[in-house]
Ligand binder design. Structure first.
Ligand code: HEC
Length: 183
């Protein structure tokens, strides 16, 4: 498989859904099930982060984001109700509920670059603060990497049976010399 999928630049500007579509239409991968293609998407994410970055992202998230987005990313932090439904709060009118990072349609359709832009610039009145002046660039990427754990961890519990049925196929794929895999 072409190494382009593994470059940092590709990872940052492409949403998981776009990557999935690109892999799904790749002639080399026609043998793989849809679930196995999602596994590859998750692995591309894994290869573009490290356990250290994820730990850093988690630490920053729990300290700065969980109050609104919730400890498990479901958009249900202690401050969430104050923001919901355009309530009149210290944040002003026009606020909305914090994003639910477990929402597959939203998250899998978003590129890391888009999420990072939101963290840097905030929601301009929605209640999402801007963190641009607060974090170093590395820290914003660590946060973005961590946000994907709310998707790809959940994904791991989906389709387990299918997954194990596909395992032999998966290892064949790896042994064919693809750069993806081989953690
Ligand atoms: C004071 C509450 C609050 C805090 C704290 C907060 N957010 Fe948000 N966030 C929101 C709200 C409300 C939205 C939805 C409105 C919007 O997108 O502007 C949101 C949206 C987002 C989005 C956009 C998601 C999408 O699908 O478009 C990202 C990414 C995000 N937040 C990341 C973070 C990160 C990372 C932190 C911590 C560094 C953080 N937020 C802290 C309230 C908050």
């Amino acid at each position: 498989m072409a190494g382009e999928y593994l470059t940092r630049d590709y990872y940052r500007r492409t949403s998981p859904a776009e990557t999935w579509n690109a892999l799904r239409t790749n002639a080399v991968l026609t043998d793989l099930t849809d679930t196995a293609i999602w596994d590859l998407v998750a692995r591309i994410w894994e290869q573009n982060t490290t356990p250290e970055k994820l730990r850093e992202g988690e630490r920053l998230y729990q300290a700065n984001c969980a109050a609104c987005h919730g400890e498990t990313g479901r958009g249900d932090g202690v401050m969430a109700s104050a923001l919901a439904g355009d309530s009149l709060t210290e944040f002003g009118h026009g606020t909305t509920s914090p994003a639910d990072f477990g929402n597959e349609v939203r998250m899998l359709g978003a590129s890391p670059a888009l999420l990072q832009g939101k963290i840097l610039r905030g929601g301009m009145g929605t209640g999402m603060p801007y963190f641009g002046p607060i974090f170093m660039e590395d820290q914003t990427w660590a946060l973005v990497d961590y946000l994907w754990t709310f998707q790809f961890d959940r994904g791991a519990s989906v389709g387990k049976a299918e997954r194990s049925a596909e395992r032999s196929q998966g290892s064949r794929f790896r042994s064919e010399g693809a750069e993806v895999g081989g953690r």
